[in-house]
Design a protein around this ligand. Structure first.
Ligand SMILES: [Zn+2]
Length: 385
């Protein structure tokens, strides 16, 4: 990649971080939308705003989770996005089962019981890592819900096993707004008519621009947004046999509200015309490219490309694609999808998600790999199906 392109990619990434956190409904999120529209304009590209509604949620204040044992102890924890408000004065912890997160993870679920035996709040323990925030949008959920890390949970588990009582206190205030307006930013680049004989090969390529409330999201997903801008800039100068719609999705962290709305607005005919959806979500510090893929022919092509490419020496397929991001509403409509990520669970949805040079190098690699993937081979393979 030429050095001016690298610099541009880095500039987009760093510029967007200034607006963070970009949780939906925040001023940072609105600034990010304006910035993206403006940058697209600077590239000579017209974009279209698609509005949708989503269930709004905003954190007002949180005291932190305190343990009443030998003195007061503050434990690392984050409120769930979608949690209710509440005050817990002397809650007793009881392990009651599992919380199912995104249909992907089953995490230990603790009830915080008052001395009357009522559940005043919930705490879920994230297995395999530190505390983070996650989305829990449940229609009938009104109680506070916190996430802690595995270390804290193991310690508690030991204490509970020894019949030791664990008492906690905290206060959390949030605002729920039933219908908030969010925005997807769409860019359409028509295919080159020289190549088109029967029908145009149609691709949607997306990345979510919003972040969790508690992070600047250098990895999740400012990295993906910058790569998408780089891809648009490159695509504009190509003569490729595709019609591509690039989408900057809003409200991914709000149970995929932006991408769900996008898919819901498509007619059956429009859905049938989509040959492929590519989702870019999170290029972290690691070395392994994960491809969450949903179609055999696509998996075959990506494997071949990766085997013949020097960009990633480590990679793996996950199929069928786990449901944690914006490819899901497309996959549910039988559209072949692939999500690319360099997974970085250690920093996900936390204050630890800050810029790192290794992220930037991965962004360059992914962009280069996508340029190789978006080739005539795609059309030929799909046609054989
Ligand atoms: Zn993400």
């Amino acid at each position: 990649m030429e050095s001016n392109q690298r610099e541009q990619l880095k500039k987009w990434w760093e510029d967007l971080l200034v607006f963070s956190p970009r949780t939906m409904g925040s001023s940072g999120e609105k600034d990010a939308v304006n910035y993206l529209v403006n940058e697209l304009n600077n590239l000579g590209i017209k974009s279209e705003i698609q509005s949708f509604t989503y269930p709004g949620w905003e954190l007002v204040s949180f005291t932190g989770l305190h343990i009443e044992s030998s003195g007061e102890e503050l434990v690392e924890s984050y409120p769930a996005l979608g949690s209710g408000s509440g005050k817990v004065i002397q809650g007793k912890l009881v392990e009651i089962g599992e919380s199912v997160i995104w249909d992907m993870y089953n995490w230990p679920r603790l009830g915080v019981f008052t001395h009357h035996g009522e559940i005043a709040a919930y705490i879920s323990a994230r297995l395999g890592g530190k505390a983070l925030s996650q989305t829990l949008i449940m229609n009938n959920n009104t109680k506070p819900h916190l996430f802690i890390g595995e270390d804290t949970y193991r310690l508690w588990q030991e204490q509970l096993k020894n019949q030791k009582e664990i008492l906690v206190n905290f206060e959390l205030e949030v605002i729920h707004t039933p219908e908030k307006e969010g925005q997807n930013i769409c860019v359409r680049i028509p295919g080159n008519s020289d190549f088109i004989d029967k029908k145009t090969f149609k691709i949607i390529i997306g990345a979510h621009y919003d972040t969790m409330y508690n992070t600047i999201g250098a990895y999740d997903n400012t990295s993906g947004v910058a790569v998408l801008l780089g891809l648009i800039q490159w695509f504009q100068q190509q003569r490729l046999p595709f019609q591509v719609e690039f989408v900057f999705f809003g409200a991914e962290e709000f149970a995929l509200s932006g991408s769900k709305a996008y898919v819901e607005k498509l007619t059956n005919k429009e859905l049938e015309e989509i040959d492929l959806m590519i989702n870019l979500d999170g290029f972290g510090r690691g070395e392994e490219l994960e491809c969450w893929v949903g179609a055999d022919w696509l998996e075959q092509l990506i494997c071949n490309k990766l085997m013949n490419s020097s960009h990633f020496s480590r990679w793996k397929m996950k199929s069928p694609p786990p449901p944690g991001s914006d490819h899901t509403p497309f996959f549910q409509k039988d559209i072949p999808v692939v999500m690319f990520t360099v997974n970085d669970q250690e920093i996900l949805h936390s204050e630890r998600d800050v810029p790192h040079q290794a992220m930037f190098l991965n962004m360059i690699k992914v962009l280069e790999f996508l340029k190789e993937l978006l080739s005539q081979d795609l059309v030929e393979l799909k046609e054989k199906q």
